[in-house]
Design a protein around this ligand. Structure first.
Ligand code: COA
Length: 713
């Protein structure tokens, strides 16, 4: 709703009230319409200020209402009525003005922002476009290039940048409401003609076609099949080429096609999934309400390789002091330089001072004696990690948390090396750690809920999307990746090329196909693990391992020194840059390999590539749910969209399975199981069968079926 009050007698103050972000629900819109009418009808009121309660102007349309029949007055005529008012209306922006919130402010005649406020039109990130005049008013204010940037990326900008772009008229370091009221009094009798943005022309550069062609190329390249960014460019083109009212109609038509699309549903699901996983919980929905995070101020990172450096940067940028330990002198010196450089570059980008003083470096493990939390980030070697955990257990003060950055080692085993297993948790960062958003927080069988809550809280402070997962080999992300990668290798054996598999996956929307990803992360990583497990015999080409189909292709490449990008050769060849180029050597190698094994190459269509790679990954996801390694499908989907380049406009693997139809996924898995009986993981998971037998409920109802009694988290 919207509260009406009077200040200084001549100013009507309208306060949006809809916790937590004053989203524009039907009731709020009705409240605005009623209070604006009241203010305009009262002869004593000379000007109007619109603000939001609790220091937040407005977070935009109420996303919770999407999908339900609309109630209350529509936004577009409401904003038009404000713009057409004959008394000045001033928006007092505190906290955020996003989406419909900013569009409401653009309908006002003036905008005053608190210096710490953020504004933006993020609809594109929800599969939509700003359809309350945002695509038509913003370019009239900022010009087309800035509007194209803001609307197609959806990025939130600072109040200072908004001032520079003329989106707001003034900034204040104090209360935006007080400043807006004062300002409203000062402009009470001024003409509003020039203040109505919709009546202004849209400033257009002479080479309009070139501008829009470049913009379209850019969004098509970066959006990887998402339709909303393309529609945003089309709507902005309408602003540039059509009169305002026709532009508004175009905006409305484009929105109509987006609003009911699967992509919008997927992106909105992902928005709520991201927030739901932050409230980590038991399968079945119960929350760990009792477990409060511990306060952490002093931290340590052990091992300053690539991961340790990135983690040190994250901790320091979160304002925590860090003892960074590297026992060898030369690597310590190199790490110091690298970390300082990353901090300086990050600080420059964010317009703040680099947090160099928060880090102390040491070659001695004893330097971590008084920290509250340690992140061990040495190489992925169980013996080395075990040794360090034994030492940390003696050195660290009682109560200090011991976290291990591992991408798949057994957290329980490490915990058992410490005298405080309840304070041991896994923290799986993704490389580069200071850039990637995902953090898997691994809950060992003896980890206390308080320790997990502390690690989750720390993740949030570092700006990560933390997902609590159970302890198993590869946790959620890497475990699901294994069958996906293996299917890629089988496809090569049967006649595909890295380019054809990657092309199909990238067309689906992945940031990177599986072979390009493998080259980037290093083919040797898995090879070394398999060698450590005694599973690789040099030169052996057996296609069966432990009674199951196995492809030795990755091992064979590693034996030839082809580790991926770092050696300039892998599934592709690389010159100086990171551009993957098809490699004729690899094609010959595959042909010879097939010939040696009597395999006849066949043409494999895109559908088969997609089904085999994606459904094997999804099937493993169902197993993870069944075993209680992830609390719900949302957790898996957040892991995949934030850590593995799964396209957000397809929700995540589990949401996607629901979109395809669970019965169809089951039927195709059964088909591939019959044609590949020696690939055990193609056997459909029992949970998938149960879901199909229950009528394939929508993804948010799966928990009712999962009812897991062996939760690992
Ligand atoms: N409609 C409904 N609920 C919203 C909302 C919206 N537009 N924006 C945020 N919320 C809810 C969140 O779901 C969350 O609810 P929860 O506590 O029940 O999980 C709560 O507000 C807080 O949001 P959260 O994102 O956790 O807090 P934050 O302080 O980190 O970020 C925002 C706040 C507003 C910056 C962020 O929520 C956001 O970007 N919202 C979306 C804005 C948007 O896209 N608007 C256009 C809609 S078309």
């Amino acid at each position: 709703m919207a509260q009406y009050s009077r200040v200084l007698d001549a100013v009507a103050l309208i306060t949006l009230q809809n916790p937590p972000v004053n989203a524009l629900s039907g009731r709020v819109r009705q409240g605005i319409v009623d209070t604006v009418q009241r203010a305009l009808a009262d002869p004593k009121v000379k000007s109007v200020v619109i603000c939001g309660q609790n220091g937040v102007f407005c977070g935009g349309a109420d996303i919770r209402e999407f999908g339900s029949p609309m109630t209350g007055p529509p936004l577009v005529p409401m904003i038009h009525a404000i713009e057409a008012a004959d008394k000045p209306v001033v928006a007092a922006i505190e906290g955020v003005a996003l989406g419909g919130g900013l569009e409401l402010a653009l309908g006002c005649h003036y905008r005053i922002a608190q210096a710490k406020a953020k504004v933006g039109l993020p609809e594109v990130t929800l599969g939509l476009l700003p359809a309350a005049g945002g695509t038509q008013r913003l370019p009239r204010l900022t010009g087309l290039p800035a509007a194209l940037d803001l609307i197609t990326t959806g990025r939130h900008i600072t109040a200072a940048e908004a001032l520079e772009l003329s989106i707001v008229d003034r900034l204040t370091d104090h209360s935006a409401v007080d400043a807006a009221v004062k300002f409203a009094v000062s402009v009470a009798d001024q003409s509003l003609d020039a203040r109505r943005i919709s009546s202004r022309p849209c400033p257009c550069p002479p080479d309009l076609d070139a501008l829009f062609e470049a913009a379209m190329r850019k969004v098509r390249h970066s959006s990887r099949g998402a339709t909303a960014p393309v529609a945003c460019v089309q709507a902005l083109r309408a602003a540039a080429t059509l009169p305002y009212s026709q532009g508004m109609q175009r905006e409305k038509d484009l929105m109509a096609t987006l609003f009911t699309s699967g992509q919008a549903r997927a992106l909105q699901y992902n928005f709520f999934a991201q927030r739901a996983v932050a409230r980590w919980r038991l399968p079945g929905g119960a929350r760990w309400d009792g477990s409060k995070p511990r306060p952490i101020s002093k931290t340590a990172v052990i091992g300053l390789g690539t991961m340790g450096r990135g983690i040190t940067v994250c901790l320091a940028q979160a304002g925590l002091s860090v003892v960074a330990v590297e026992v060898q002198e030369k690597p310590l010196k190199e790490a110091k330089q690298a970390i300082s450089g990353m901090l300086r570059r990050g600080a420059k980008r964010r317009g703040v001072a680099p947090a160099l003083d928060l880090i102390t470096y040491s070659q001695n493990l004893r330097a971590v004696a008084d920290v509250d939390l340690v992140v061990e980030a040495v190489f992925e070697d169980l013996d080395l990690k075990t040794q360090i955990f034994q030492q940390l257990s003696n050195i660290c003060k009682p109560g200090a948390l011991l976290c291990t950055n591992t991408s798949g080692l057994n957290v329980d085993l490490l915990a058992s090396q410490s005298r405080r297993p309840e304070l041991v948790v896994g923290m799986h960062f993704f490389a580069p750690a200071h850039v990637m958003k995902l953090l898997e927080v691994v809950y060992g069988s003896r980890s206390s809920p308080e320790a997990v809550a502390t690690a989750m809280d720390l993740g949030k402070k570092m700006g990560k999307v933390g997902v609590a997962v159970g302890n198993c080999r590869g946790f959620v992300g890497n475990r699901m990746l294994k069958p996906y990668m293996e299917q890629g290798l089988f496809l090569l054996e049967e006649g595909a090329t890295p380019e054809s598999v990657d092309g199909t996956l990238e067309e689906f929307g992945f940031a990177m196909g599986l072979f390009r990803m493998s080259d980037l992360s290093g083919i040797d990583v898995g090879w070394k693990v398999r060698k450590g497990d005694g599973l690789v015999q040099p030169g052996a080409e057996s296609r069966v391992r432990q009674g199951r189909r196995y492809s030795p292709l990755g091992d064979l490449l590693c034996e030839r020194g082809r580790f991926g990008q770092k050696t300039g050769r892998g599934w592709y060849q690389y010159d100086k840059g990171h551009e993957a180029r098809p490699d004729p050597w690899l094609h010959r190698f595959l042909e010879e390999y097939r010939a040696r094994h009597g395999l006849v190459a066949r043409r494999i269509d895109r559908q088969e590539v997609l089904e085999r790679c994606l459904y094997s990954l999804i099937n493993e996801g169902f197993r993870i749910l069944e075993e209680g390694i992830a609390a719900g499908p949302e957790d898996i989907d957040v892991v995949y969209t934030f850590g593995y380049g799964w396209p957000k406009h397809r929700g995540g693997p589990m949401f996607y399975a629901g979109m395809v139809g669970l019965a169809k996924v089951l039927e195709r898995l059964e088909h591939y199981q019959q044609t590949h009986p020696d690939v055990l993981y193609m056997q459909p998971c029992g949970l998938l069968r149960r879901l199909v037998a229950s009528g394939s409920p929508p993804v948010h109802k799966w928990r009712e079926i999962i009812k897991n009694t062996h939760s690992k988290i």
